[in-house]
Ligand binder design. Structure first.
Ligand SMILES: [Zn+2]
Length: 83
């Protein structure tokens, strides 16, 4: 599920629970060291909240309800592949 989409309430981030496990910050504006695919993926919502606070420090707008939603939703763990 998506916690927020770009432009919704002025949001600068697009955050959702990935179908492949984990919670992702799609097309992240922060420099995460990967300029090709910049979709940081976290196994816990606490880590995503920390990540979104970093966005706020950079002046990116993150609607406050996103933090509430993440804090109140069960973590979406990274899937472990047996392949
Ligand atoms: Zn991000």
């Amino acid at each position: 599920m998506a916690y927020c989409r770009w432009g919704a309430d002025g949001s600068a981030v697009y955050v959702y629970d990935s179908a492949y496990g984990g919670t992702t910050c799609c097309g992240c504006l922060l420099d995460n060291g990967d300029i090709v695919v910049n979709d940081p993926l976290y196994g816990t919502h606490a880590e995503m909240i920390e990540h979104l606070r970093l966005h706020q420090k950079h002046g990116h707008h993150v609607p406050e309800y996103v933090f509430t939603e993440l804090a109140n939703s069960p973590d979406h763990p990274l899937e472990v592949s047996d392949l």
